[in-house]
Ligand binder design. Sequence first.
Ligand SMILES: [Zn+2]
Length: 354
Amino acid sequence: MELTRRDALGLLGGSLAAGFATRSVQPLFAQAPAPPVFPKGAIIRTLLKDLPPDALASGATLFHEHLSMRYPLGVAEHFTDDVALMIEEAKATKADGVACIVDGGHADMVRSLDALKRITTESGLPIVASGGYYMQRTYPADLAAKSADQIADELVKEAAASRFGAFGEIGQQGGVLTDDERKVFTAIAKAHVKTGLPVFTHNAYTGVRPTPNPVPKDTALKQLDLLLDNGVKPSKLAIGHLCCLDDTKAEIPIAVAKRGAFVGFDRVTIALVPDAQKVTTIMAIVEAGHASKILLASDFSSARGLKKNGGGGLGQALTVFAPMLLKAGMPEATLKSILNDNPRAFLAFQPKAA
Ligand SMILES: [Zn+2]
């Protein structure tokens, strides 16, 4: 449709008027970002089928949770072993308004694809499965002898065979990448170039609590550089765990957003930095004009959060954390675009022919 100048002015007038009404109670920065525009043929690859991005528009998509894993490695049992329980939790989270969950595990965290398939089939909650490697201590013994190209080729094949919809969480153990971790990040970038699949990372974090091995704050920016230098499209990249930096001015998240990548606030309701501080940091990102780059999730990994145990459930980023943002003054429309639109913009990709 071609807009005449008059139509365009009319639209502008309308949105200005709407903005004005909002501004009487909310600052200008708080206006919701424009809805995402998807390239032709872009899909979100869930375990059961490829979905047009619009299919998930009416609910929240949480880009980094765990529905199946045995981590820390070597634990005899894990609450996610109870697949029937996870099906009930997935049903409950769907009822809360969650449209889709991305599972951030993979084989080296003992994620079971069969468990994920049962959970999505029996709950009706769309699930995106991920591929890749976590960090040095989880790598299989034979990884050291492989080249980045070999690892990338294997990942591309595995992604197609297992219907991965993302590569993640791709992490590092300490403040500096080991040689193997650098090789894995490079391999992930190569596999992304061949498949178009989105990538999310696990950043080593500092937090506000003194840790035995404090890590430098710039690990996030180094991950970003390494992945972008090796061909990852910034719009298909989320740097994770930025909510665990003690960075209330949001200097690092804003630097990540300025490069076009997504800012992962994917440990809300858990870990290290208090939620109130995470809220302050998010509001600083929004104020700087980067609301469209914020992704929320909770890295679900503790039985305490289960509905069964009185927690906020798999969707605790939506049920527990999101209300804190509203209370801090974020308008509903902005929150909705962060929860419903940003993750679809991150996940949707144009599949490349094998
Ligand atoms: Zn995780």
